[in-house]
Write a protein that binds this ligand. Structure first.
Ligand code: AMP
Ligand code: MG
Length: 338
């Protein structure tokens, strides 16, 4: 009897040792590159450098391919082809472009138009590097060319998209980076990677665990840092989830004390007021990205209500600096300095 127990105990010990050996062999590998006009960083947990590098390079390759499809600033992309054909004809597109447009339209409907996938004509009137903004009359004129509800025709079976009014255009800037993070994670998983983190600028998707078996830690920027060591306001533990932050500090200029930034209220065509930053956590990077932009426009109260309805988590900082946080992540957040 006692012999049996000893043997059993030994076997268990060996298994535990093997398990810890195999996790100990996993290490972090990280690579960055410029893609989709921004920095893309991929970190993976892997037992071999070769496997990690080959998986990361495949993910970069897929993102490069996607860039040619969904980047609305590039004239060669499918999104630009749809925009050019507005008011004229439908355009056949790849399944990736179609899928991303459908997700953008879902976010547009769910935010009741606070996110508007067809906000392109308004976005092009601003230049945040040259401090340029449109006149009221130009805004009024161009607002007639926005609106996802009536003037977008998607034929899923034929994989075609048509914008009914000439001069209409999709803007994918509020969702494409999160969508790209999802696609990159799929590639890494198919290549046998069990845990990693993909950051397409501030749009982040994590999967699995770190080599030490703990969740990934993601920093959330302070929208109004007062000093260098004040740039991150909190860290958040994430496992198999994406987080995106939309902030009025990313692209903006000041004029007469007013902050003109890149997240636009589709009703007025003016920068949205109500928030300094919105972070959304969900299973899909595309949805975290789209909803962080849309909820920024909705403002803190409506935004928190929508997060709860969707079962998503999030942190909102309003214009006064007041912080709102959903129940489900309260115990996963560490506030800096607290
Ligand atoms: P993000 O940083 O993800 O919030 O995305 C901001 C980008 O989304 C902007 O640079 C625009 O390209 C686009 N955008 C701005 N306002 C809206 C809006 N109300 N609906 C959809 N896209 C928007
Ligand atoms: Mg976004």
């Amino acid at each position: 009897m006692s012999e049996k127990i000893t043997k059993g105990g030994f076997a268990l010990l060996v298994i535990l040792l093997l398990a810890s050996c195999s996790t100990e062999k996993e290490r972090l590998y990280k690579k960055s590159t410029i893609l989709m006009d921004t920095i893309v960083t991929i970190t993976v947990s892997s037992e071999s450098k070769e496997k990690a590098e080959s998986a990361i390079d495949s993910a970069f390759g897929k993102l490069k391919e996607m860039e040619g499809l969904i980047n609305f600033w590039s004239p060669e992309s499918e999104i630009s082809a749809i925009n050019r054909a507005s008011g004229k004809e439908k355009v056949k597109v790849s399944s990736i472009t179609l899928d991303m447009i459908e997700k953008a339209l879902y976010v547009s409907r769910t935010t009741d138009g606070a996110f508007d996938a067809t906000i392109g004509p308004i976005i092009r009137l601003y230049d945040f590097k040259k401090n340029k903004r449109p006149s009221d009359s130009t805004l009024k004129e161009k607002l007639t060319l926005t609106g996802f509800r009536k003037n977008v025709v998607v034929d899923k079976n034929k994989s075609t998209v048509y914008l009914r009014k000439k001069g209409m255009s999709f803007d994918t800037g509020g969702i494409a980076k999160g969508y790209a993070a999802d696609v990159a994670v799929d590639v890494l998983k198919r290549k046998g990677i069990k845990g990693g983190i993909v950051a397409v600028s501030g749009d982040i998707k994590t999967f699995g665990l770190k080599p030490d078996g703990l969740p990934w830690l993601v920093g959330i920027k302070n929208p109004r840092p007062k000093a260098k060591d004040d740039e991150i306001m909190a860290t958040l533990e994430l496992q198999d989830a994406g987080i995106s932050t939309s902030g009025d500090y990313e692209r903006f200029f000041m004029e007469d004390g007013i902050r003109y930034h890149h997240i636009i209220n589709p009703v007025t065509g003016l920068p949205a007021s109500g928030c300094q930053s919105v972070s959304v956590v969900s299973k899909e990077g595309a949805l975290s990205d789209g909803f962080s932009t849309g909820i920024f426009v909705m403002g803190p109260e409506k935004g928190m209500r929508l997060l709860n309805e969707l079962g998503f988590e999030g942190i909102i900082v309003d214009t006064q600096g007041k912080i709102y946080i959903t129940e489900g992540i309260k115990d996963k957040v560490k506030w800096k300095g607290l």
